[in-house]
Design a protein around this ligand. Sequence first.
Ligand code: NDP
Ligand code: 8X3
Length: 250
Amino acid sequence: MAVILVTGATAGFGRAIAVRLVKEGHRVIGTGRRADRLDALRRELGDAFLPQVLDVTDAGKVAALPETLPADWRKVEVLINNAGLALGVGKAQDSKLEDWKTMIDTNVTGVVEVTRAFLPQMIERNHGYIITLGSIAGTYPYVGGNVYGATKAFVAQFMRNLRTDLLGTRIRASTIEPGLCGGSEFSNVRLRDNQKAADVYKGTDPLTPEDIAGTVSWLLSLPPHVNINAIEMMPVCQAAGGLAVDRKSD
Ligand code: NDP
Ligand code: 8X3
């Protein structure tokens, strides 16, 4: 059983992943900015869960994290880069630059810095697994997806390149790219309006955080010679929408 670090364990996918992996016998380090949520998870999961308050955009704290962990938690065998967010659904021309910067700082720079912090120890042991949450938004453009989709396209290519650099080692790298998924705070954060967030899922049967946790669990169950490069998953009620054409009337 492994020591697994899950970023963004205070809600949604990260929380579900932490709960599932602890139930499967792993020890999980869960991070996030909200200490009260992490403490509640610790009460629920017990000693197999180690809460660590961490803002992934705080470069100094991210770099120092591996050495600041308690000694018996330092050998992180699996890193799950889950912390991330979308802000806004406006077109590029209507979006706030501040929101764009926050998404880039969290979804791009945060993922890169957390990965860089834990990679050396995995290389040293020639053993490890890095799983990062991308999104279908990184593949399929949609109106209002602008910078969020671009950050997830970065994630997908970063992980493919990482795997290429890791060829010759026994370290694995996978991206999970989900589509519409309810039961998390993703749309509440993105829309900053709980009613509008609930409307996103009206009349749908979306993926759930437990579906994502199940996918992580499946990845971890595979034999060590198997590397799943990427998994794109959507609920049955969703499919890609096709191309758009602007037609002028005569
Ligand atoms: P939630 O909003 O429910 O959870 C996001 C988590 O990320 C929270 O635990 C939050 O913790 C953490 N987080 C956000 N910013 C930071 C930060 N600066 N530092 C540390 N932690 C941070 O969203 P989901 O669970 O739905 O999303 C998880 C991941 O999956 C994201 O990367 C998202 O882009 C991706 N995804 C989501 C989909 C969906 O439809 N829900 C579909 C496809 C991908 P805290 O606020 O406590 O810091
Ligand atoms: C979240 C999925 O379709 O809202 O990454 O961009 S989507």
